[in-house]
Design a protein around this ligand. Structure first.
Ligand code: ZN
Length: 379
């Protein structure tokens, strides 16, 4: 049974963001092309799945009608100064003709994935065009207009499922956190470069939810220069114990690749080995798993990281990773090591002691704020 699904349609590539915007919507199509050339999209247990576009009605299950009306007008090419009140027409969230078509497809892919997982027709589904974690119910922000993650999580909770959402994008998952801040049926965990040094300026250790949601929003802010081992330590000490304790019905992963050392918009220093490790670990929980893309502004390296995630999902991530270059696909980058995987990157020795200290302090704070609520020991 093909129960590991790569969700993609060429329709997703037809209405790209303006070239001046760093958010490059060709990435999903390029991942699809690379994986096709590697013969990684059709096997006994995995395959391609064509999504259905989302409908206006589906978007209204989270987004305000007034905001969606503005998006419709913007999509027709109208301009109104009131757009700015909805975050539209800014440098980060430009308006462009047929923009809604883009969002219907990227969102529809996450909703298709959620429905397949709920129906038991898939165990793992990957939508590289999804992961719009900055979109809010009433406004656009940070290249994100429609929050496909919130909508997918609501699809699960409406069916009575409890969801664990882990976000490893370099930016705080402010939009998703807002969506579930007072709920305990979706636990959100965000690993990100600290809001002191990066957009959107939120996601600190004391943002832990309110009311029924107290203890179910978890934030792990990280210093610039954070390297693989330090990042994995935070995952091991904080994130995985919380997943085990929460014991969700479904796992959702936002796998932005703007954490990579080469990313031009942020300052963490990870390699894509982290993406493979996290994917493998989440798979080991044996729960339905939805993976989305997200940020990633070094395009070649982002395409390679997401291709590596899919290769990991198909169970073919091994140490003999000599697959690049197949099918005439040529990939060049600073971290390229001859396969999909990055070569290991040493921590910057001039800042390593400060990075280690900052991460240890963060781990201690998060455990102190969150662990007692879940009867977990801080030690
Ligand atoms: Zn990001």
């Amino acid at each position: 049974m093909k129960d590991k699904l790569f969700i993609y349609s060429p329709e997703m590539d037809k209405h790209p963001y303006p070239a001046s915007c760093p958010f490059n919507t060709s990435r999903a199509g390029r991942v699809h092309k690379l994986l096709s050339s590697m013969f990684l999209l059709s096997g006994n247990e995995y395959g391609l799945c064509e999504p259905a576009p989302a409908t206006r009605q589906e978007l209204e299950t989270y987004h305000a009608k007034e905001y969606l009306d503005m998006l419709v007008r913007a999509s027709y090419g109208e301009f109104d100064h009131n757009f700015l009140h909805f975050g539209l027409g800014t440098g980060d969230c430009p308006v462009f003709v047929n923009m809604l078509e883009n969002f219907y497809w990227s969102t529809g892919a996450s909703l298709t994935a959620a429905r397949k997982l709920l129906a038991g027709e898939a165990k793992i589904a990957f939508n590289p065009a999804g992961g719009m974690h900055h979109a809010h119910a009433t406004y656009a922000s940070g290249f994100c207009y429609i929050n496909d993650i919130v909508l997918a999580c609501l699809t699960f909770t409406d069916a009575g499922k409890r969801v664990l959402f882990l976000d490893i994008d370099v930016h705080h998952t402010d939009g998703v956190q807002d969506g579930f801040y007072d709920r305990n049926d979706v636990m959100t965990i965000s690993m990100h470069q600290s809001g002191h040094t990066l957009f959107p300026g939120t996601g600190f250790e004391d943002e832990i939810g309110v009311g029924d949601g107290l203890g179910y929003s978890v934030n792990i802010p990280l210093p610039p220069g954070t390297y693989d081992e330090a990042y994995l330590k935070a995952l091991d000490e904080v994130v995985y114990p919380l997943i085990e304790s929460y014991d969700p019905d479904v796992l959702v992963l936002e796998a932005g690749a703007d954490t990579l050392a080469s990313d031009p918009l942020a300052q963490l220093r990870l390699t894509n080995n982290v993406h493979a490790t996290v994917t493998e670990k989440l798979m080991s929980f044996q729960k339905p798993l939805l993976v989305t893309g997200g940020g990633g502004y070094n395009i070649e390296n982002t395409v390679r990281a997401w291709s590596l995630i899919w290769k990991t999902i198909t169970g073919q991530n091994d140490s003999h990773d000599l697959t690049a270059g197949l099918g005439g696909v040529m990939l060049q980058s600073t971290e390229w090591g001859g396969g999909l995987k990055d070569i290991p990157l040493s921590p910057d020795p001039t800042i390593k002691p400060d990075v280690d200290k900052a991460i240890d302090e963060t781990i201690t704070k998060v455990k102190k704020n969150i662990f007692p609520i879940h009867n977990l020991s801080e030690n």
